[in-house]
Design a protein around this ligand. Sequence first.
Ligand code: SAH
Length: 388
Amino acid sequence: MSAPTATGLTNLLGLTRPQLEEYIAGLGSKSFRARQLMNWIYKRGEGRITQMTDLAKDFRAQLAQCAQVRVPRICALQVSADGTRKWKLEADASQAFEMVYIPEPGRGTLCISSQVGCALDCSFCSTAQQGFNRNLTTAEIVGQVWLAARELEAAVGGGPEDDSEESAQVITPLSGRIISNVVFMGMGEPLANFRNVIPALSILLDDFGFDLSRRRVTLSTSGLVPQMYKLAEEANVALAVSLHAPNDALRNELVPINRKHPISELLAACWHYLDEQNGRSVTFEYVMLDGVNDSPSQARELVRLLRGHPAKVNLIPFNPYPGTRYRRSPLATIQRFRDELIRGGVLATIRRTRGDDIDAACGQLAGRVIDRTTVRLGNKTIGLAVQS
Ligand code: SAH
């Protein structure tokens, strides 16, 4: 249960339905009020308790004394030429994280962050260069979806939001499904923040919450194998795995968590996940790095790993950022790699790059992170453990 924070008020956004029912019961009120509250918060997008007009006036007054709906503050918004939007959100006075909205015909995907920075140190990822500061809370994770829905409704669905107390305007997040899909592919490793991500998933899927279908919520992991087994027990969302290499020698270099959990263990966890979840397939993300992991023989090696399994490969053209030593593979090389996979019987697609003019593409999210994972001792750097 999320504790009252700096404001002294409990943030209702961080509570799952059972937690909210317990909280409401603790105030001496009937638990069905929890559903009414969720209806206001998630279906109608109302964040002001005093405006939740079908709740008894006394109850509203009592609740407003101890609780609120609190979302991260927006520090900046950038809109790409292709319609992609990137928001920078405040984690605290000195740090920020990012979320990205990608509109496509017939659907809209919100890419959210789970941590301020990331501790996993993948060699080609810009977030990794920033280091790690802290896990986002459940309320900060859910708050991204709530905020984006409201912002998009205001931007796309009819003028600026009227914030005056008299306003009867109701903003309905997810009405018309401006956000149809949510992907945990922003900053951070979601499975390293298991404790806060699991309740966030439950609020995203809850009929009384965002009511998203489990196939439209995707968690992407770099391969924290023990947490993948736990995830199979506790949540049922689509799974994406950042593979990026067809063998351990190369993956150890690109995705260092591989040294702890090599490819064979990772794949076993993937197939277990599908068995437990009745999932259709696992999406394997594979970033295309010029001259590093993009040869036809590496494609054939990948085929040998995945053929015969329920797997899809999503090839991601590398998105460069200042200071990186990698280059994007030429399009012809990427297409050849894809064709080699398909010839070998493995489904493969090429991810279209979106929002790269505003640094909103995969792996370009940077935010503002004060690294506290590494302690420098003379010329030695010691990494601290990732907290979950
Ligand atoms: N930590 C999670 C989710 C975040 S990243 C994970 O690793 O899966 C989402 C995807 O973008 C991952 O597959 C990641 O490896 C990829 N990515 C990271 N940096 C990239 C870059 N510079 N260009 C293209 N893709 C990148």
